[in-house]
Write a protein that binds this ligand. Structure first.
Ligand SMILES: [Zn+2]
Ligand SMILES: [Zn+2]
Length: 395
């Protein structure tokens, strides 16, 4: 195994976005999107030599207003400071409950992705990674699916203010509906979301017929996969779609969302992807950033609810891809020991010894899984074929 610290010193490090406010985005102890994930997640990145270089601070109201309605921002502020605020605009009991300081915490997630994009646009860094970002369900006027303000959509909006063409790649198991909706009519934003079909999973959208509005038809791409699809369907579907779409669209910036909830162990969804495939997907995104976008690449986290076995390794794969470094054979023993008791307590033990998973995450590979994988590849071929008929090359 190479000495990770020596190797790190010779490679350009991506900007890691994490700070004290990251763990304040907290819906409470029984909510699945728990800030507990930052413990094992950031400590694994640090064991690889990563050092947080940008601490998220709240985006301004004006900046949030690029993508959210003013009345919605005001409502989040009210709910943030007053526990008696009636449920409204998606903020209330259920997926996205109010909490004290909700506005500042949510605006800070948005601010983290926004400042990272600005660092990329200035040329300070080629790549940035914001593990706490990726809140892709937030809509212009409502919270949804654990998401209050839509940080990837805001980072995209920032790049659009510089008139750059943006390709957004959403690898979360859930459809990236908020980002798609916010940039629905902008032909300068290509969104590509691969997800478990809305027939089986929240938010119930993300079908191939969703193509974008007006002059933007063909710039919204959706690859809905059957439950049970694993790495042998998911990764080839991406390898078919992403290079072909990038070649046609010619992005000048890439924003990607690396939700880890497509993993076989995830408790909220039904795909069977592995960390191995997630790493390969991150390397594919990196290669497209260099091929088409001058290296400009902002990666975010996203969902992921197995916070000991899966999320840290998924983040590590993104970090290593953005660092152009090989994946070490084994996870650090001290890291495993440090989090073993917590993993046990939350039913997510044992801590994994390798960054990569065994084939099919060690699960039996049955005929229905094989059928789902084959169908994923067909869906990708069909969707890409249809998109290339309607998506014009840039002038
Ligand atoms: Zn790179
Ligand atoms: Zn998700």
């Amino acid at each position: 195994m190479p000495n990770v610290l020596d190797e790190a010193a010779t490679q350009p490090a991506p900007l890691l976005v994490f700070g004290p406010r990251s763990t304040t985005y907290d819906f409470g102890p029984s909510h699945p999107l728990t800030p507990r994930r930052f413990g094992p997640g950031i400590s694994l990145l640090e064991a690889l030599g990563a050092v947080p270089g940008l601490a998220p601070e709240p985006a301004t109201d004006d900046e949030l207003g690029w993508i959210h309605e003013d009345a919605y921002i005001e409502h989040v502020k009210l709910a943030s400071r007053d526990a008696s605020t009636p449920p409204r605009a998606g903020v209330g009991p259920g997926d996205t409950p109010r909490f004290d300081g909700m506005h500042e915490a949510s605006a800070a997630v948005a601010g983290g992705s926004l400042r990272a994009m600005e660092a990329i646009l200035r040329g300070d860094v080629e790549h940035a990674f914001h593990p706490g970002g990726g809140l892709h369900h937030a809509m212009p006027a409502r919270a949804s699916g654990f998401c209050v303000f839509d940080d990837p959509a805001l980072a995209i909006a920032r790049a659009r203010r510089d008139d750059l063409r943006v390709m957004y790649i959403d690898l979360d198991v859930h459809h990236g509906d908020g980002v798609q909706a916010i940039h629905w009519s902008d032909p300068g934003v290509l969104t590509v979301s691969i997800h478990e079909t809305g027939l089986a999973l929240f938010p119930g959208t993300g079908f191939p017929e969703e193509l974008g509005g007006g002059a933007a038809v063909g710039t919204k791409v959706n690859l809905p996969l059957d439950p049970g699809t694993g790495e042998l369907g998911w990764l080839p579907a991406l390898e078919l779609a992403l290079p072909a779409l990038a070649e046609r669209f010619r992005p000048e910036v890439i924003v990607s969302q690396h939700g880890a909830d497509a993993h076989a162990f995830d408790p909220l969804a039904h795909l069977r992807v592995t960390t191995t495939a997630m790493g390969a997907a991150a390397r594919l995104v990196d290669s497209l950033a260099h091929r088409w976008a001058g290296g400009r690449w902002l990666a975010t986290g996203g969902g992921g609810y197995d916070v000991y076995r899966v999320v840290p390794r998924a983040w590590a794969h993104v970090w290593l891809a953005a660092s152009h470094r090989d994946v070490p054979t084994t996870t650090p023993p001290e890291w495993r020991e440090r989090w073993a008791a917590d993993a046990e307590r939350y039913g997510q033990a044992p801590m994994p010894e390798a960054f990569d998973d065994p084939p099919n995450a060690g699960l039996p590979y049955r005929a229905p899984d094989e059928a789902a994988d084959a169908r994923a590849i067909r869906i990708s071929e069909e969707v890409v074929g249809e998109i290339l008929e309607v998506l014009p090359a840039p002038a």
